[in-house]
Design a protein around this ligand. Structure first.
Ligand code: FES
Length: 190
């Protein structure tokens, strides 16, 4: 299923959100795990591991566009940021960040929340994040809020153009899922 919406954002660019919902995969994992002996649950086979990850074609994602895909029941925000968005994030001193940690498991540690540590390696304009507010779990709105990034209307959390929390009750930056590239235009999440 796919839906498309066009939204004007405060930065004057037009944004397209694509929502792709991967159905079936989660249910199949659940049924299989129940039927298998305990030892198999501890050591899922290749087919189960494959269902735990999704491939996303980002080849048609243009600058200034976003897409949302579902991964393990959670929305994943993928955005090709504009030069302005990248520059704004780079120009922000780390001392102004509430959460100084990148929250990027692809780096494997507690790296500082610089823009380059938040963006995809080798594609500084590409941002891939779990779209769940770190306050109480609402789904933030894109290209809104005081910092032109994401805004969670539930209790007023503002995230910047690198998904870093800047204002409001949320304690942490938007988390980044584990992901790799199968090709330049194919993202593998999970
Ligand atoms: Fe986002 Fe409370 S859940 S601000």
């Amino acid at each position: 299923m796919a839906t498309t919406e066009h939204t004007d954002n405060p930065h004057g660019t037009t944004r397209r959100d694509f929502l792709f919902i991967a159905t079936g995969a989660v249910g199949a994992v659940g049924v299989g795990a129940v039927a298998w002996p305990f030892i198999d649950q501890m050591n899922p086979d290749a087919s189960t591991q494959a269902l735990a990850s999704i491939e996303v074609d980002i080849g048609s994602l243009a600058t200034g566009e976003s897409m949302t895909v579902m991964w393990r029941g959670r929305p994943i925000f993928i955005r090709r940021r504009t030069e302005t968005e990248v520059q704004e994030a780079k120009d922000t001193p780390l001392s102004e960040l509430r959460d100084p940690v990148a929250r990027n498991p692809n780096l494997g540690g507690e790296e500082p929340a610089t823009d380059v540590n938040r963006a995809a390696e080798g594609q500084e304009d590409l941002l891939v994040m779990i779209g769940i507010c770190t306050h109480l779990g609402c789904v933030p709105l894109g290209q809104q809020g005081d910092y032109g990034g994401w805004f969670c209307p539930c209790h007023g959390s503002h995230y910047d153009t690198a998904g870093r929390i800047r204002k409001g009750p949320a304690p942490m930056n938007l988390e980044i899922p584990p992901y790799t590239f199968a090709s330049e235009s194919t993202l593998v999440i999970g």
